[in-house]
Ligand binder design. Structure first.
Ligand code: WQD
Length: 338
């Protein structure tokens, strides 16, 4: 069964390609390499022994998207990762984000709407909940006004898919709302490759541990949490990748109860920034140089998932602990610095 993975050489995309191939799916990747490298294919081959088909182009080129679907008439499902994801950059360049994330989604859905039957998985985010009123967060929690154009592209993306599914019954879609993905494949063949100074906590921790950054700034020590630092739901990227495969299997086997569904993908456990640092110190045996500084604008106090829906309906559950995920991130960091 042939699956198109857009952004399949990126962080979450590449791990999902591995899980798909391990389950016998045939994978075709489209990636423009804007935030990834063709070398990732070697890592995928090293793990699975299978080389995915790769086409390099930008999904903003609508005629190329149309041409792709003319050449591949037998795509059983699409997992759509390709998007820009830097929150700060999206504030500076909103139109870039709307064009990259919304324009390309529309082109993709236009092609899928013309097919006899189509299955589509969308990368959404817990960012749609903003600061939720109740923890853990269920899928029925209200979607709050987006804090950034990036966050808005995820909210709008969900709405665009939902509206399309209403009028295209042959289109089946699932939006996965990711919490905080981290870690790397245990083989250390693939992992996260942040460009420049990492904005996210875990790569900043591992780079500080590796001596590339001098000190981690912990943004805020006065939040109303048990240790004063923010709480997040850190999920191992391999667990997240597996959630895509089970979501896709639900669609291709026709087991979905509605043609548009939404699932939280997290562990269900909240961890504070200080707990993440302690985890790093445990698995690396190193002391981390960190300092508590002012809060970062736009940060919410806490977000962790109620995963009941994914557990019961998809039959999926995150398996890795924070320490296991942190160890994989640290192993990867050490490998890429060699
Ligand atoms: C985690 C915690 C920081 C860096 C991201 C995306 C968002 C969404 C979820 C996207 C926070 C603290 C961080 C540092 C720190 N998903 N921190 N020092 O903020 O949950 O959001 O993931 O698709 O859009 O931006 O993740 O990793 O940036 O931060 O203290 O140097 O670590 O304040 O509490 P966040 P993060």
């Amino acid at each position: 069964m042939k699956i198109l993975v857009t952004g399949g050489l990126g962080f979450i995309g590449s791990h999902t390609v591995v899980e798909l191939q391990s389950k016998g799916f045939e994978v075709v990747i489209i990636d423009d390499l804007s935030n990834s490298s063709e070398k990732v294919i070697d890592g995928i081959v090293a793990i699975t022994g299978v080389k995915p088909v790769f086409e390099k182009f930008d999904l903003k080129e609508k005629t190329k998207v149309q041409d792709f679907f003319k050449r591949h008439s037998n795509i059983a499902g699409v997992i759509h990762f390709a998007a820009s994801k830097a929150v700060g950059e999206s504030v500076e360049k909103p139109l870039l984000y709307y064009e990259n994330n919304i324009g390309t989604l529309v082109y993709m859905l236009q092609e899928l709407s013309a097919m006899q039957t189509a299955n589509f998985i969308f990368s959404s985010s817990c960012t749609v909940y903003g600061q939720a009123d109740k923890m853990p967060i269920t899928e029925s929690a209200p979607v709050k006004e987006a804090e950034s154009p990036y966050g808005n592209t995820k909210q709008m993306g969900e709405e665009i898919i939902r509206d399309t599914c209403k009028v295209v019954p042959a289109l089946n879609a699932i939006a996965l709302r990711y919490f905080n993905p981290m870690g790397a494949h245990p083989s250390t063949e693939i992992g996260e490759l942040p460009i420049g100074v990492p904005q996210n906590l875990v790569p900043f921790i591992t780079q500080t541990g590796a001596g590339i950054r001098e000190q981690l700034s912990v943004f805020g020590g006065d939040y109303p949490t048990q240790d004063g630092t923010c709480i997040r739901d850190y999920i191992h990227v391999v667990d997240l990748a597996k959630a895509h495969v089970v979501a896709l299997e639900r669609l291709v086997s026709g087991k979905n109860s509605e043609n548009y569904e939404v699932f939280n993908v997290g562990t269900g456990t909240g961890s504070s920034v200080l707990e993440a640092i302690q985890s790093f110190e445990r698995v690396s045996g190193k002391k981390l140089n960190y300092k508590i500084v002012d809060r970062r604008a736009g940060d919410i106090t806490a977000a962790y998932a109620d995963t009941t829906k994914a557990n019961t309906v998809l039959g999926w559950k995150a398996e890795s602990t924070l320490d296991e995920a942190m160890k994989s991130a640290w192993d990867w960091e050490q490998k890429i610095r060699k």
